[in-house]
Design a protein around this ligand. Structure first.
Ligand code: PAF
Length: 313
């Protein structure tokens, strides 16, 4: 099994590290700021686990290693540029972020043939600090991770066993991820899975941030009109790019994720509360940009981008 190298000390990266630790998968963490890297993880059953000390700088990776970047999209370029000199053996790179735009950044910097995986996860995690200022990560809900290989020739292998035939290192990397933080599900059409997640984030994230509410309140009738409008705009834009969604099912899926993650505060809510830059450009902003290229009007998404930007300045 290759070693897992986790970039960034955010909630999801730390959760992956803690779970790798628990499951005996070799790993190292490379946070931007060692001081704010969680020293331990707390599971929902009350158990806690101490994490390995973080690495101060990148190291040259081997071909069978896996470099995972659970970062915000806007942090990705700088992180990939920093890691480029250490990727000469072409270890598998895994992108995991909300919103879109990472694939384009990775293809620009690594090339279109680079062994790349795209992943999206529904595991919940929060990074918190104790009164004495020590950081820890808290698991807030078990989920699943979907992963796919966008740079493997079309047609994409339908099953993981097929991927093992054409790209064994990528398939092994998926197995490593599954050993670290299960379950990991291979998706032959990862772009569709990412657009599905985009639809969820396009509704839940800006509305929870603007109204300062937990995810469960997104199902309230007061938000019905805006939920439906965002889903309709999303569906039209996706269709223009050959992705076939049904607006009603998109809306139902949003409601079920809002319910399943009801007690959570969305990542955008947390970004606004903590005065951090939000991912609005990679979520609703991405829908607006893609719509513009095809001449599709998306007034609700456009307004949400403006309103969230006004919140976070
Ligand atoms: O960004 C988030 O917070 C999450 O992707 C989701 C699914 C909206 C749950 O909070």
């Amino acid at each position: 099994m290759g070693k897992l190298h986790i970039v960034g000390g955010g909630a999801i990266g730390s959760l992956i590290a803690a779970s790798a630790h628990k499951n005996g998968v070799p790993y190292d963490c490379y946070p931007r700021n060692i001081r704010t890297m969680p020293a331990c993880a707390r599971w929902q059953d009350g158990q806690s686990i101490a994490l390995k000390a973080a690495m101060p700088a990148p190291v040259v990776l081997e071909e069978g290693d896996v470099l995972i970047l659970p970062l915000k999209v806007y942090q990705l370029n700088a992180a990939l540029i920093q890691w480029l000199p250490y990727l000469t053996q072409k270890p598998t790179v895994v992108l995991m972020h909300n919103g879109m735009g990472g694939l384009e950044a990775a293809r620009d910097l690594l090339g279109v043939d680079y062994p790349l995986l795209l992943a999206t996860t529904s595991h919940g995690a929060l990074k918190e600090s104790t009164l004495s200022g020590d950081f820890y990560v808290k698991s807030t809900g078990l989920g699943a991770t979907q992963v796919g290989a966008p740079n493997v020739d079309k047609p994409s292998p339908q099953k993981l066993a097929d991927l093992f035939q054409v790209a064994p290192l990528l398939a092994n990397a998926i197995a490593t991820l599954d050993s670290a933080l299960p379950p990991v599900q291979y998706q032959s059409d990862i772009l569709k899975a990412l657009w599905t997640k985009l639809s969820v984030n396009a509704v839940i994230n800006p509305l929870t941030a603007l109204h300062n509410i937990q995810n469960k309140h997104i199902g309230n009738t007061e938000f019905e009109q805006i939920r439906i409008a965002i889903c309709n705009e999303f569906t039209q834009v996706a269709k223009a790019y050959g992705l076939d969604f049904d607006a009603r099912s998109v809306h139902e899926n949003v409601l079920s994720v809002a319910k399943a993650t009801g007690e959570n505060y969305s990542s955008m809510h947390q970004d606004v509360v903590h005065g951090r830059r939000t991912e609005i450009d990679a979520i609703n902003g991405y829908i607006v940009e893609m719509a513009k290229k095809k001449g599709i009007p998306v007034p609700e998404n456009t307004l949400l981008v403006e309103r969230v930007k006004a919140l976070s300045v």
